[in-house]
Design a protein around this ligand. Structure first.
Ligand code: BES
Ligand code: ZN
Length: 602
């Protein structure tokens, strides 16, 4: 049994209605946001690195609607509360009784060691090695593990917070941050724009700031701040391009925080402060489309939010589309086509793996009763993006861009369901003729990849295919062949090789072409997959080292999966995992536990 404890707040429990397990409007939340909705949160937390505990209180200002209340107390007077039996995925429902007149509800609490949003890192797990580090990851339904809250993407609130941490450390939130260290360790935050709970974020560590201009910059540990500053230098250009495409940036500052390598995701679009993995710092700026992606969420996701996790594609599909447009605008079409082609190939593989009748390959998902994490696949991202690309191609870029810009401004600070988008699309974009051309219903509600999915051609990537063919047919491939290549050429080169390679071929890639020494995490992960498939043992030290230091799920998951496919591989995987596991964030642990059928020692 995991020891996680969750909170989910019900701020009102009216009449003798029987409490449903989760709410009607959001299958992943207990909150009764139909009746009572929080408008503002005041958080006051102390960060205790010794006990690995946040403690303090959350105070809510309420707006209430259509209430029929029989008994309750609040506003400074002790009131009763009830915590339901915990569900292993959704946690407990916290019921606080209030009256129609109640203005404020205050919940004192502290987090427990199993709180899944939190990762408490020891000094050794950081780049500096001297100070501990804490970061949160709230999406999708983990905010409730560190704040008692109405944890639904359909509920928005403004917030302020006071965070007290050890004096030498800096605290940052998804809010207004003032970029300097406070000698007393006390930080006040204010978030004037309303956000849903999954965008609540906190990080505490030894951090420095580098400004690019008056509105954006990057935070990182002192040991990597210079590298980070170099890598993301195109951020101002990205903000300009994004605003030109789809309207003003509505959040004040845009900064990026580079986290330690155990961060389970590539990036997380916490408003005003994107959290990012250090594995995108390749030294050559070749992986910064991730910043374009997280920035794009400032429109698709943070401004216009998926109503529930079944509508996740509205966040990620729009963002992936928008990301590609930013990349095209800044770096040109040959470059964005290369990224686009790589992702489309990944999508096709995903659909093949999942099966094209699998209901989870639909854009609009049905995840009732399941962890919304099950919906985090290439489908939402890439099938979503390809659908929008098809719409663009059908109506032309000019009309499409105008439509999208209006969509963002008309739905700003609101949540949108898939059905609402569909209706908006039919009313504001597609002509009757166009409605006949694009099968919107099939794209949204049917599994698999429709036949009219756009194709992407990348001349750049052809070079990598040619090199792969040459390599397989025994023609000489040398460093000279790779001249001018980017990360994506190398990825495509490796993906174009046959599954089975001889040990001699792998030895050549390793010793003559230096593949086993590459530090770029994308290339390294792809190379290691080739090595596992072909049991190329000389790379296993590199493999172990990678799994021990990097916790980004996208990288470690395929490696463990492939290892688990053979008995010897699984044995190796279990041995590494036994040590590596404690260094992974709960999100990554959960995925790998499943793959390796890991049972925690009781
Ligand atoms: N919002 C997501 C990360 C996420 C999704 C966290 C669902 C928890 C649940 C973020 O914007 C994202 O998509 N990150 C990607 C990077 C991106 C470039 C595709 C990732 O982490 O790989
Ligand atoms: Zn995203």
């Amino acid at each position: 049994m995991r020891t996680a404890v969750f909170f989910s707040v019900i701020l009102l429990f009216a009449c003798n209605q029987k409490q449903e397990k989760t709410s009607a409007s959001d299958p992943h939340s207990f909150s009764n946001s139909q009746e009572v909705i929080i408008r503002h949160l005041s958080l006051n937390l102390n960060v205790d690195f010794n006990e690995k505990k946040l403690s303090g209180f959350a105070e809510f200002t309420l707006d209430s609607r259509n209430l029929q209340i029989e008994k309750a107390e609040a506003d400074g007077e002790e009131t009763s509360f009830q915590l339901s039996e915990p569900d292993s995925t959704f946690g407990s429902c916290l019921i606080v009784s209030i009256t129609p007149q109640t203005k404020k509800v205050k919940v004192y609490y502290h987090t427990l060691p199993g709180a899944e949003a939190l990762q408490w890192l020891s000094a050794e797990q950081t780049a500096g090695g001297v100070h501990p580090f804490l970061f949160t990851q709230s999406q999708a339904i983990l905010a409730r593990t560190w704040i008692p809250i109405q944890d639904s993407p359909g509920v928005r609130f403004t917030y302020d917070a006071t965070i007290t941490c050890p004096p030498s450390l800096m605290a940052l939130m998804s809010a207004e941050n003032d970029t300097v260290l406070h000698a007393d360790g006390i930080y006040h935050f204010n978030m004037p724009q309303p956000v849903p709970s999954y965008l609540m974020a906190l990080a505490v560590g030894d951090l420095r700031f580098h400004a690019y201009d008056h509105r954006c910059g990057v935070y990182a540990e002192p040991a990597i701040i210079d590298k980070a500053a170099y890598e993301f230098a195109d951020m101002p250009a990205m903000i300009d391009s994004a605003s030109q495409l789809y309207g003003d940036y509505r959040w004040g500052r845009y900064d990026v925080l580079v986290l330690p390598p155990s961060f389970p995701f590539g990036g997380m679009e916490n408003p005003r402060l994107t959290f990012a993995t250090p594995t995108v710092i390749a030294g050559d700026r070749s992986l910064t489309s991730l910043i374009a992606h997280e920035l794009a969420h400032s429109w698709s996701g943070n401004l216009v939010t998926n109503a529930t996790w079944n509508d996740f594609w509205l966040n990620e599909g729009f963002t992936t589309y928008f990301e590609m447009r930013i990349m095209e605008k800044i770096y040109g079409k040959p470059y964005s086509d290369m990224l686009s082609k790589i992702s489309l190939e990944e999508l096709k593989n995903t659909v093949k793996e999942m099966g094209d009748t699998n209901p989870d390959t639909r854009l609009f998902l049905d995840l009732k009763g399941r962890n919304p994490d099950d919906g985090v696949t290439d489908i939402a991202y890439e099938k979503g993006r390809m659908f929008l690309t098809l719409l663009e191609q059908t109506v032309g870029r000019e009309r499409w861009d105008a439509f999208l810009k209006n969509y963002f401004s008309e739905h700003a600070f609101k949540s949108v369901t898939t059905a609402q988008f569909e209706k908006y699309l039919n009313n504001h974009l597609l002509t009757d003729d166009e409605k006949k051309k694009v099968n919107v219903k099939q794209w949204i509600y049917q599994p698999g990849l429709p036949d009219d999915c756009p194709e992407v051609v990348s001349d750049e990537l052809r070079k990598a295919e040619t090199a792969a063919n040459d390599f397989v047919s025994g023609k000489e491939v040398t460093h000279e062949t790779f001249k001018g290549w980017t990360t994506h050429h190398y990825l495509h080169f490796m993906r174009s090789l046959p599954e089975k390679l001889s040990l001699g071929q792998l030895y050549y890639l390793d010793k003559n072409l230096g593949f086993n020494a590459v530090q770029n995490a994308e290339i390294r992960c792809q190379w290691l997959q080739l090595c596992i498939k072909n049991e190329y043992r000389p790379a296993y030290e590199n493999l172990e080292n990678f799994l021990m230091t990097v916790g980004r799920r996208k990288f470690v998951r395929p490696l463990y999966k492939q290892l688990a496919a053979t008995p010897a591989g699984k044995e190796f995987a279990l041995k590494v995992y036994e040590t590596a596991r404690t260094g992974y964030h709960a999100v990554t642990r959960q995925s790998i536990d499943e793959i390796l059928e890991w049972k925690e020692a009781s």
